[in-house]
Design a protein around this ligand. Sequence first.
Ligand SMILES: Nc1nc2c(c(=O)[nH]1)N[C@H]1C(S)=C(S)[C@@H](COP(=O)(O)OP(=O)(O)OC[C@H]3O[C@@H](n4cnc5c(N)ncnc54)[C@H](O)[C@@H]3O)O[C@H]1N2
Ligand code: MOO
Length: 400
Amino acid sequence: MTEPIGVAEADTLIARHMPPFGIERVGLDQAAGRILRQTVLAEHDHPPFDRVMMDGIAVRWRETPARAYATAGVQLAGMARQTLAGEDACIEVTTGAMLPAGCDCVIPVEQVEREGEAYRLVNGYQPARGQFIHVRGSDCPAGATLLASGMLIGAPEMALLAANGVATVAVGAIPSIAIVSTGDELVAVDEPLGEGQIRRSNDVAMAASLRRHGFDRVVREHVVDDEARIGDTLARLLATHEVLILSGGVSMGQRDHVPAALEAQGVRRVFHRIAQKPGKPMWFGVGSQGQAVFAVPGNPVSALVCAIRYVRPALLAALGMTPAPAEMVCLDAAVDTHSMLTSFVPVHVHTDAQGMLRAHPVPARTSGDFASLPRTHGVVQLAPGLGPALAGTVAKLYRW
Ligand SMILES: Nc1nc2c(c(=O)[nH]1)N[C@H]1C(S)=C(S)[C@@H](COP(=O)(O)OP(=O)(O)OC[C@H]3O[C@@H](n4cnc5c(N)ncnc54)[C@H](O)[C@@H]3O)O[C@H]1N2
Ligand code: MOO
């Protein structure tokens, strides 16, 4: 039996062995929530012309404003650029219009009064030169880098893709993932429960934790604790999927066949066991075609913790995502930690009276106790220590 490795070493080894998932091109409508795999440059200056920012009139600025500005035309948003005739003239403008040539000042409609075919400034209004003009290129020049490969495409990124004419977007290709639950005692959600049986839930929970991050090419299967049956299932799934996630059968029991069955199918073990609680028996290896194979312990808290702590971040990194900064939270109460193992403790995250994010520990009684997980938001990672982690401890949060 190999010695458990540390959590940081597990991260490093997984990262080193993950296959790249490649790049695909999707229509803009399909791009939200995906990982961008191209650079996006500004198609044109932003804004592309001097843009009027208020509905009103555009004039040539003067130290002493004209008594009245004669209306010399209308410049609506979308119209080609007009030219202002004389110093005492104005052009009616709308927000989003090009600033007419010869103008350098926009006066909002609230600050003028109509006087026949002219506009007079309201009492003592003194406009400033250049006011309410969004100057061409002032946000960024044409050719500037707006989006970099590795960004998660959210609403602002979608806006920039659209605004710069990127109708087809290069994104990280979603891998095909098979989640396999193992165990003679497991029945499906809609089957009758016999004595000694429980319903399988790890596969459902892990699929949900992946789906929330865009991994929607997921199949779920079940196989009983029979070495030959596990071998057949693995052979079939390794031929058709880039990622396998198995739950159960990785510990010391007489029917824990998973590590041996994986190695028999040519999946090379990278590590078995991490010095952590829960999830200590986790196994990770690489198939002969580079498939990533995670085998997580069957206890439901252990399975889900391993999925969010190792599997999901590794999949996102392999999509090409730039690592997000760690989300740190402050414990609002003390909680016991393990002296030799890294502890993952479920927490409820809330905002205190000062507006600070706090995490309230909701320790699971055992790694089989998943009834206490609803209403928690994830787990905090706590280093091995002498005695409990005290209130005020700052820890890394992993959300479900
Ligand atoms: N002698 C030892 N026994 C155990 C050790 C050990 O070091 N020495 N480690 C313990 C730890 S820690 C864990 S965690 C478990 C992990 O065991 P397995 O990965 O082999 O998981 P199973 O034995 O198959 O199942 C454990 C538990 O979880 C339930 N389970 C399994 N799959 C599902 C599923 N898909 N949905 C819901 N529940 C599931 C299963 O019924 C068991 O109750 O081993 C300890 N033992
Ligand atoms: O480490 Mo096991 O995963 O405690 O329950």
